[in-house]
Design a protein around this ligand. Structure first.
Ligand code: ARG
Length: 283
């Protein structure tokens, strides 16, 4: 199952600004009562928090092209661990239901949250101090480090960041992988013209495979998925000790606590374990 999940994202290059439909409840996680309602605003507006009776519909935002957390599969559906996990979490809450997903560029997510275009970010977003100053996070739900990807079987097999000296490197705009790349520029390991920023990691890995760049810095679980699908390998990892959280607007305390309780509930009832098994179980 997870093998096929890891292999089916190939066609996805990550949409931008398009609201996508979410594939029907995937096996495993959806042992609810089948009454899941997907809220739609119907009039084409998005992001408005609509309240019907006691249920608030929240608009989730993500940035696809980051398998297996969020990607567009061969049928054109937005799928992934984050997509399933957030639905399972929201299903556990009393007062909230999930509206349709907004698929944005990663570096637009925080602004979209602040502008009320979306109400929650589920995008493998690392909890860090800088972001915590502008938005709030739920409790962490996944751990990651950074990995350095290179071409499989190529002559360039760096073992440390020093070995990246004077090689063109790539990362996605606005990410912690990009922060690592910026650090290489600051240290003088690479020049700023050797630091390449991409709209999403699928494009960065394509450029790596094509030989336009020599390395990509990306979160470890995503690097492993690319290794399973492309002619790339992990040459070494950078221990960053990152943790992902769902993002909410500052002071949206009610939603934040509801999501934290939901996260706890899906951990306790086995759904979290089923989803990790489905999306990450080793090859
Ligand atoms: N964890 C990294 C960060 O927070 C990368 C996240 C990229 N996520 C995505 N959906 N493209 O910066």
């Amino acid at each position: 199952m997870s093998e096929s999940n890891r292999r089916t994202f190939l066609k996805s290059v990550g949409g931008t600004g398009v609201a996508l439909t979410v594939a029907g409840c995937l096996g495993g996680g959806g042992d609810g009562d089948g009454s899941t309602t997907t809220g739609t605003t119907g009039d084409g507006t998005t992001g408005d928090t609509t309240t019907t009776e006691d249920v608030t519909t929240i608009t989730p935002g993500t940035a696809s092209g980051f398998p297996p957390f969020e990607f567009v599969n061969e049928s054109g559906d937005l799928v992934g661990f984050d997509i399933d996990l957030l639905s399972a979490v929201v299903e556990q809450t009393d007062g909230y239901e999930l509206g349709s997903w907004e698929d944005l560029e990663f570096n637009q997510l925080i602004v979209a949250l602040q502008n009320d275009n979306i109400d929650v970010v589920a995008a493998a977003m690392t909890i860090n101090e800088e972001r915590d100053q502008t938005i709030d996070f739920t409790d962490p739900y996944y751990d990651a480090n950074q990995a350095v990807l290179v071409r499989e079987g190529g002559s360039f097999q760096p073992e440390s960041t020093d070995d990246l000296a004077d090689h063109p490197v790539g990362a996605q705009s606005g990410t912690t992988g990009k922060d690592q790349m910026d650090a290489l520029v600051e240290e003088g390991t690479i020049s700023s013209s050797q630091a390449n920023t991409y709209e999403n990691y699928v494009l960065a890995v394509q450029d790596l495979a094509n030989g336009n760049i020599d390395a990509v810095i990306v979160d470890t679980p995503v690097a492993e998925t690319f290794v399973a699908n492309r002619d790339v390998v992990i040459s070494f990892t950078i221990e960053t000790g990152e943790q992902y959280g769902f993002g909410v607007r500052e002071n949206d305390d009610e939603l934040q606590s509801a999501l934290n309780e939901g996260l706890q509930a899906v951990q306790d009832n086995g759904t979290y374990a089923e989803l990790t098994e489905e999306w990450f179980a080793s090859e």
